[in-house]
Design a protein around this ligand. Sequence first.
Ligand code: HDE
Length: 753
Amino acid sequence: GHPLKEAVKKAKDAVTDEPAGPQDGIPGKPNSQSPSLAEPTEPQGPLPPKADQSGPRPTSPTGAPSRDDQAAVAQQGEWLTTAQGDRLYETDHSLKAGPRGPVLLQDHHLREKITHFDHERIPERVVHARGAAAHGVFRGYGTAANVTKAAFLAEGVETSVFVRFSTVLGSRGSADTVRDTRGFATKFYTTEGTFDLVGNNIPVFFIQDAIKFPDIIHAGKPHPDREIPQAQSAHDTFWDFVTLHSEATHHTLWNMSDRGIPRSYRMMEGFGVHTFRLENAAGETTLVKFHWKPRLGVHSLVWEEAQIAGGVDPDFHRRDLADAIEAGAYPEWELGIQAFPDTPEQTFEGIDLLDPTKIVPEELAPVQPIGVLTLNRNPSNYFAETEQVAFHVGHLVPGIDVTDDPLLQGRLFSYLDTQISRLGGPNFSQLPINRPHAPVNDMLRDGMHQSAVHRGVAPYHPNSLDGGCPFMAGADSGADIEVPVALPAARKVREAPASFDDHFSQARLFWLSMSPPEREHIANAYSFELGKCYEQAVKERGLQALANIDSELCAQVATALGLPAPEPTQPLRDATPSPALSQIGATWPVDGRIIGIVTDGTHDAEGMRAVRQAVLDAGMVALVIGPAGGKLDAGGEPVTVQRTFATARSIEFDALLVVGTPAAGADALPARDAKAKTAAADLDPRLRLLLDEAFRHGKAIGGWAGAERVLDAAGLPTDAPGVVVGDSGTTVLEQVQNLLTQHRVWERFDTSL
Ligand code: HDE
């Protein structure tokens, strides 16, 4: 037979024979064996079509489209066709007048194929353009029942969700690990209609009024003349804005902290930012702030890792999320609320709850868990799902309402407006990813891309011609009604309340809550960002803002900029630190952490195999790093090399284990690298770089079977904190795993601040 036909047949058979993947398991139960990450597939001929990443199917009794229906729109039958279903016998050659003649205009297939391609792109989001998403399930604990009647928060209720994470400033193709705020937007497909919690990984915002949003974004985006820099805040216009609007100081400080460079989407907190109003079945109201707490803890990259990842793996966060879900290590967050009495002042302990530049420290109002989110299925099509999903802060269900926060009020207008242009008209709620899982019976009609075929003649209310349908739900049927909040008598003004005037005290609170290494990272971040500005006035105003936060921070950055440190313009207020704001000091589960095992297969192969298995058994990921690709013979079942000295960079690993003294790769840099040569006669310079970076980035490093010679040659002191040398691989792994629960070896960072 024809080789291509045979390959296709083989591929088809492979798909049907494929064993059930981890996604077919029970949602919420992380699968500790990570089969898909452990062994790369070896390409042989055309790869079989990748099986749909079928996790649990969205359960909707009410007509949410199944993925089979969605695919049937354009992928039925086995023949290639035109969009009209006419079968094609050829798609590689245009219709021509003779093999060397001109192409004929009558070639409809050519024109359809190219025209469709020409229109494949839609405008990217004006902010949050770069994102990655996943499906999952949310389970209510029932603990919020006393404050809200929202049905999806009741005990044991499971609701399908879709979550999109994003950066804010960069374009759709920009790097993941830039210093920026991250979006954390969740769509709950509840039985009472869709609820969107459109939050960020930072609990405060730059501005207090939505009318300034175009301004801050214009300032943060690349300069309009040369369109540089991409996805960066380290430039004059950004710092010009945030130093002219001192209300931005608090959010800017969070961005300059480790929160601006998360280790993973799985290790970020999420915040609703604004205060929301909940209403219970008895009509009583409570003000709340929403929090997402990651089960794996809050962790960040160090700045050098973030920069390296931008070059060697710009998709670092996107890949991490998809890989973890594919391997069955399902990310989890608890949803929690801080609850405040709904008093006419709408303040708590003197903090204005309508001011989005303020947090309420968790020590004053604990975060109470009300449910758990598990992400368990990757999108099967990026465009259809991640790109076309449309979130809106106004998508609310009974029991959850908005407040008068002027930032939130502006958002209530913006999201629908931008989606009409981004998604090409007013009918985007009919796109599969946006369809509610509750029955829809609206009187919205026609418009671009209308795909519903409405029945009846009377899309108006009341009517007598369609039997009066649809009917109005009564308040007793759980209909969505706004909470009838009393408003004070007022004059129309363009003003902010006096309670919005304090711009520095919470920035100081954040600074004082940081541990020494976190403070050092913040000072370095300001030194870098302000150092990248050209305008002297901007740098000086930047230092002025820092003087109003803390004099040591200001002095350190001033030294880096070579400028005098200014005096504060107002007295620094005392603040009680909030330990909950620091990422350091607790321990967390190690699931899904990535352990690189450096080996050439000739030293303690048995121990290496045992350690690799122990890593997988602990729910972590083991990646074997060898001098070159292929398999290591290792005197037993051959071991697949997953990274080579040429492809491994330290950013990918949470810890490294070195087995014995691996030989240099045959493709190691030639002796031209004289420094490497003298430092370590036979140490592969790329292995030296790998170890050196892991060490500088505070990662646990272990070794056995003579590995201390390698560490020595790489210049790593074997008695340094977090460097573990032992007799057997399993005891070394045990200690390394223990170190990993603290995320990094913090003692390695300078603690002078
Ligand atoms: Fe957004 N924001 N935003 N924002 N926002 C958008 O809506 C806007 C703000 C957030 O993954 C846009 O569909 C205004 C705060 C996320 O699809 C747009 C203001 C918070 C996402 C918009 C804010 C957010 C967006 C662009 C100031 C955290 C990505 C595309 C009042 C609480 C959602 C779109 C996704 C996206 C407007 C401020 C979160 C233009 C006017 C504060 C996570 O409508």
